[in-house]
Design a binder for this molecule. Structure first.
Ligand SMILES: Nc1ncnc2c1ncn2[C@@H]1O[C@H](COP(=O)(O)OP(=O)(O)OP(=O)(O)O)[C@@H](O)[C@H]1O
Length: 272
């Protein structure tokens, strides 16, 4: 058994993090590596370097948030969802403006993906009211990609659906991919990509048409440490550019980087 977690926590404490908070971060980090069945050393890199990175991230100023509130791009009022007789959640309120990031958290089965689909207009709520901007980008947990097509063909196809010319769609897709440190191979079908790289494709496809509101369902699954950091840097850039982001996440240490936290567990009975 690796002593990565104890070295990680010890370094956090040495850097001034309260022991209890260090233990909490250690547990979250171990859970994240466990979800990917990965050795933390390989997944996060050396314990002391990851601890230093995390402390820098947690101390990063959030002053880049615009001082004037942006327009409301998503508003949920009293939203509820029932599947047959089973109520998944009820009484959910959420307002997200341009320049804000909201995180949706809660236990497995409390309805996070369902809520995100409601935000995207793909699932009808049982009750309540949903208002959203017209330009929405949705990145589901299991992306809707076609294994036999290349990434470029996806850019063209998804771009066409959004009214983009093929060349513009390809150049935009390639540019967005480079921001996630990914250079799509021209002839490689998507089924040959790794899980993490397929997830990068899903992110790029969600952003291709320049949406004002991005809805992301645990979009970093399978990302390595560098890609994961690139992702959160990207979220901050979207926010600073005045976009609104709603992200489903299990990673509680990222909540310092968001403007709203919606704990869906408080509105739901969970899986029973
Ligand atoms: N189409 C459907 N028909 C019936 N029940 C559904 C449907 N979709 C989801 N559910 C149920 O609704 C509940 C919430 O599911 P959902 O996937 O939204 O939860 P979640 O919080 O995203 O879970 P996880 O954290 O495991 O991803 C679950 O009990 C699920 O079985």
């Amino acid at each position: 058994m690796s002593d990565w977690p104890s070295r990680f926590e010890a370094e956090l404490v040495r850097l001034g993090v309260q022991p209890e908070r260090a233990r909490q971060l250690g547990a979250e980090t171990a859970a994240q590596a466990g979800e990917h069945a990965a050795d933390p050393d390989r997944f996060f890199g050396p314990a002391h370097l990851y601890a230093r990175h995390l402390v820098t991230e947690l101390q990063a100023p959030t002053a880049a948030v615009p001082s004037l509130p942006g327009p409301v791009l998503l508003r949920l009022t009293g939203v509820s969802k029932r599947y047959r007789r089973r109520e998944v959640f009820s009484g959910v309120d959420l307002t997200v403006r341009g320049g804000e990031v909201a995180a949706v958290v809660g236990a497995n089965g409390c309805g996070k993906s369902t809520l995100l689909r409601i935000c995207a207009g793909l699932t009808r709520p049982t009750g309540g009211d949903v208002r959203r901007t017209r330009r929405v980008g949705f990145v589901p947990q299991d992306g809707g990609t076609a294994g036999w097509l290349t990434a470029e063909e996806h850019f063209t196809l998804f771009g066409a659906a959004a009214g983009m010319a093929p060349r513009k769609a390809r150049s935009t897709g390639t540019h967005l991919a480079s921001r996630l440190a990914w250079r799509p191979g021209r002839h490689q079908p998507v089924q040959e990509l790794s899980g993490g790289t397929r997830q990068k494709l899903n992110l790029v496809l969600g952003e291709l048409h320049g949406p004002d509101l991005l809805l992301l369902d645990e979009p970093y699954q399978g990302f390595d440490q560098g890609s994961y950091l690139d992702f959160w840097r990207q979220v901050r850039e979207w926010r600073d550019a005045g976009r609104a982001v709603v992200v489903v996440t299990h990673l509680l240490h990222e909540l310092a980087n968001v403007d709203h936290v919606l704990d869906l567990g408080a509105h739901s009975g969970g899986d029973r």
